[in-house]
Design a protein around this ligand. Structure first.
Ligand SMILES: [Zn+2]
Length: 148
C-alpha cells in the first residue's frame, strides 16, 4: 500500500483514506489507519513522538505506528510513502512499549533538578543579560582617530 502525502497548513476536517496529511505548523501528521478501519491516526511530530523524514519526494515516519488503542491493533511503518506491515502486538508488548515511551518522555522533560513540574521562571536572567550588554557596550573604537 502506498500513501500520498499532502503538506497542509491546517489539518482538514475530512481525512481521505490513503493520504497522509502533514502540518509543519501544527507539528502533526494525520492519516486514516492503513488497515481500513477508518480510525484517524494522529502522529505528533516532536523529539519524543514521531520524526518525519521528507526526502523531497516521499515521507517516512519514525518510529513505527502501533495503533494499539484501536480495535484493529494494527502496526506498520511508513517508509517512503509505503506502508510496511509489522507484526500485531500482544498486550504484553503493548504495555512494555507504553512504559518505554513514558520513560523516554520523562527523561526528555525531566531536567537535572529532578522536578517534573514546568520550568521555574529564572529570575536572574534579566540582570545577567543586562550586565553582559553593558560590558559589550564598551566600544573598542572609542579611541577612533583619523584614518588619513
Ligand atoms: Zn485499523
Amino acid at each position: 500500500m502506498i500513501l500520498v502525502h499532502k503538506f497542509v497548513d491546517k489539518i482538514p476536517e475530512n481525512i481521505e483514506e490513503g493520504v497522509i496529511y502533514i502540518s509543519i505548523e501544527c507539528e502533526t501528521a494525520i492519516h486514516k489507519c492503513c488497515c481500513g478501519c477508518g480510525m484517524e491516526v494522529v502522529t505528533p511530530l516532536s523529539p519524543t513522538d514521531w520524526t518525519l523524514i521528507f526526502d523531497g519526494v516521499s515521507v517516512s515516519l519514525d518510529p513505527s505506528i502501533g495503533n494499539w488503542s484501536f480495535d484493529c491493533h494494527s502496526h506498520y511503518w511508513i517508509r517512503k510513502n509505503e506502508v510496511i506491515w509489522s507484526g500485531s502486538w500482544n498486550t504484553r508488548k503493548i504495555n512494555d512499549k507504553r512504559k518505554e515511551e513514558l520513560e523516554t518522555k520523562l527523561q526528555y522533560y525531566n531536567k537535572p533538578d529532578g522536578l517534573m513540574t514546568a520550568a521555574k521562571p529564572k529570575q536572574r536572567n534579566g540582570r545577567k543579560k543586562k550586565a553582559r550588554k553593558a560590558k559589550g557596550a564598551k566600544s573598542i573604537f572609542s579611541g577612533k582617530r583619523s584614518n588619513n
